[in-house]
Each structure stands twice: as C-alpha cells, then as structure tokens.
Design a binder for this molecule. Structure first.
Ligand code: ZN
Length: 413
C-alpha cells in the first residue's frame, strides 16, 4: 500500500510506541494471523501454549504469560472473519514502573497482507513484519552494459531483482585477415548499434509496464564510453529516456554488476528520498527572506493562517512530539475551557486560573494530526519532513518544527 505522508507518520509513531513497551520476562505475545488462517487453529495453538506455560518456573512470569494467553484467546474469539490483510494482535503485561504491570492489548489490520502466521512470545513485541511494510517500496530500473554483455534488473525497496541477461555478437577489435579495415569497422559499429537497440527494447519491455508513479527512474552502469553511447543514442522508449537518473562507472555487467551498480548509486538513492523535503524547505526559506514573502512559522502564526485558509503547504517536522489537548475545569459551575499545546501527554495540567479547581483533559491528539486535519479542511498540502537533511533539521531547530508557505500574504498576529 502507498501511505500518505500523515499515514506513514502515524504508523511510524505507533511502531515507536510498541517498541517502547517491555515485559519483565518473556510474556509479551505477538500474533500475526494471515487472511486465510483458520481461527480454530489459532485457538488450538493458544490453548496448547497455555498448557505449556504451566511449566514456567518463575511464578510471576507464569501468571503473566497465562493471563496474556487468556486475553489473547478472548481477543481472537471476537474475530469472526479475518480481514483482507490479516490481523496483528499484541498482548501482554507491560512494565509500567514502580513494580507495577498493566495488561496491554492492541489489534490492528496491517497496511499490507500478512503472508506467514506467527506466534511470538518474548520480552518485547515482534515488529519486524510491520517495519518491513513501512520500508521504502520505490522501484528503480537498472541496466549494466558493455559491448559484449548486458543485464537488466530492478531495485525494489532494498531488493535487487535481475530480469534479463543478454550477450552480443559484436566482434572484437582485431579483424581477421582478408577483411578490409574500413568494412570491418563499419560492421562492428552496426553490431554495436544493434546490441544497444536490443538492450533498449528489452529494458523498455521490462520497465514500461511498471506503474510509473512508483517508478523513480533508471540508473545505468558500465565502462566508458559504452554507457554514454547508450544514454546519448536514446535507445529507450521516450517516456523512459526521460527517467534516466545517472550513468555510473562499474566493472561487471552480469548479475553481480547490478549489485555493484546499486552500491555505486547508494548516495544518489538516499539523496532522492531527501530531495522532496529539501526542495520544499528551500522554497520556504526563499519566501522567508524575500520582501512580501509568503512564509509563516511557529505554531501560533501557522495555526492562525490555517484557520484563515491561507496556507498553501504546511511543513511539519517528523520529530515534533507535542500534543494538542482540550482542557476543561472539573468544577461544574465553572465554564473554563481551552485548547492547549502540550510538550508531552504526561505534562501536568495544573489548576483552573478562574476558580482554582483541578483541570482535566477531555481530548488529546498528536499535534501533527491536529494541524494536518486543519490543513486538509482548507485543501492545503501537508509535508512531514524528516530531520535527516540539513534543511529538515533547520525546520525543527530554527522554526520549532512548524512552518507554512502561504497562498497570499496575511497580517502577523
Ligand atoms: Zn474553574
């Protein structure tokens, strides 16, 4: 599945949250149930595990494991139809400090289908299958070639998939006796041209059917001047020719050449992920320094502009860890209520400044979600920016992680 920026952010945060949960012993259960798995089989295994748990020596761990299994069974029993992508259940006694534990349960349908059933019991939850779903699924086309051999493949996320291997009939540089030198050179050039054409046709056949919105571009590898000749000769379909990102020097042109090429292009690939972030941040910085620039930053200014509907693009740092909460007075005869931004959900709320009674929180959500919703309401684009680039770090450090490019100039608050 393709995530929107906000979905990806929320999924990441959920994984961070699950990662922070630890049990005291091996008492946290992770269950990955694929769509086609029989619920009765899952129940049978959980009952079996429950029987086995009776042998656990530590009394505390035994009780915790058994109560986690009991909860897991009652949760699984509620499933009458496994969703399309399967279901993941996390259950167990979480250490909440000061010698206390708390039973934690979370069931979710993952964004991609679960392929293998997993029952996992450990002191932390098993998250790798979900982390893989979050991993980059961008696809790159790979072509490695010299005049004698070529290999075409794909880079999908981190996986290299070879697709086609080809060899040429281009004769070596030494001509046989009796052939005129001129004629020989001419035939050789024709053979080279034919080989490039075959490579181009095969690559077009391999790359063109790929959904072009997931297809990031093509990287070509080989010795000079072969790769340059191939690029300049425009042997690819014109749609694909536009997508050539780079031509790099490598020495192998068989399957190992694909690996060599990805290695060589590593910086370029990492850069591409950051490019979008960098470009939008540079646009913001340009607006910021120009007279009558269309830039706003800081939560107050940006929120004000979002409410006016004047935000073109909202920029939020992925490292923001604040929440937005609705605070009300617990005293029924007092009408005090306000929205507050909190540095964390554990920050104390204090007392009502009107009547001195204690305050309570009625609603609280991540500030990225809160501001994204406001942006959605006025059709503003939302970019959630990682701090991996210099520009992204600047958004977090210099602008409090919240900035906007505006549609039109508004007055400051
Ligand atoms: Zn009050």
């Amino acid at each position: 599945m393709e995530f929107t920026a906000q979905e990806k952010y929320e999924f990441k945060r959920m994984l961070d949250n699950l990662r922070s949960k630890v049990g005291r012993g091996t008492e946290l259960i992770s269950l990955y149930i694929p769509h086609d798995k029989q619920i009765s089989d899952v129940m049978a295994q959980l009952r079996e595990e429950n029987g086995q748990a009776a042998n656990i020596k530590s009394r505390v761990t035994r009780l915790n494991v058994q109560s986690a299994l009991d909860s897991a069974m009652s949760r699984v029993r509620l499933i009458n139809k496994v969703p399309e992508n399967g279901v993941v259940i996390f259950i167990g006694s979480i250490d909440i400090g000061s010698n206390k534990t708390d039973m934690y349960t979370l069931a979710l349908e993952p964004p991609d289908p679960i392929t293998t059933y997993k029952y996992h019991c450990d002191s932390s939850f098993l998250l790798a299958p979900l982390e893989e779903m979050l991993a980059d699924k961008k696809t790159f086309g790979l072509i490695v070639l010299d005049r004698r051999e070529a290999t075409i493949g794909l880079l999908k996320g981190k996986q290299i998939v070879p697709m086609k291997h080809m060899t040429s009939t281009v004769p070596g540089k030494q001509r046989k006796g009796g052939q005129s030198s001129h004629r020989f050179q001419q035939l050789r050039l024709i053979a080279i041209h034919d080989f490039y054409k075959r490579i181009g046709d095969s690559a077009t056949e391999a790359f063109l059917p790929i959904d072009q919105k997931d297809f990031e571009g093509i990287i070509i590898g080989g010795p000079s001047p072969t790769k340059e000749e191939f690029v300049e000769g425009e042997f690819l379909h014109h749609e694909l020719q536009k997508k050539i990102l780079d031509a790099l020097d490598i020495s192998y042109t068989d399957e190992s050449g694909l690996h060599e090429l990805v290695e060589a292009a590593q910086d370029r690939l990492i850069d591409l992920e950051l490019t979008q972030d960098k470009l939008v941040m540079r646009r913001f910085l340009r607006e910021l320094v120009s007279d009558n620039g269309l830039a706003a930053y800081g939560e107050k200014e940006v929120r004000h502009n979002l409410e006016l509907g004047s935000v073109d693009t909202l920029l939020l740092s992925e490292d923001l860890r604040k929440t937005r909460a609705k605070i009300v007075c617990t005293n029924k005869s007092c009408d005090f209520a306000e929205n507050q931004t909190r540095t964390s959900s554990s920050q104390p709320v204090g007392n009502c400044f009107k009547c001195g009674s204690s305050l309570s929180i009625t609603d609280e959500e991540d500030i990225v979600s809160d501001l994204s919703k406001l942006a959605d309401a006025s059709g503003s684009a939302v970019k959630i920016i990682s701090t991996d680039s210099e520009e992204g770090a600047q958004l977090y450090q210099a602008f409090g992680g919240i900035a906007a490019i505006l549609r039109y100039k508004t007055s400051h608050l």
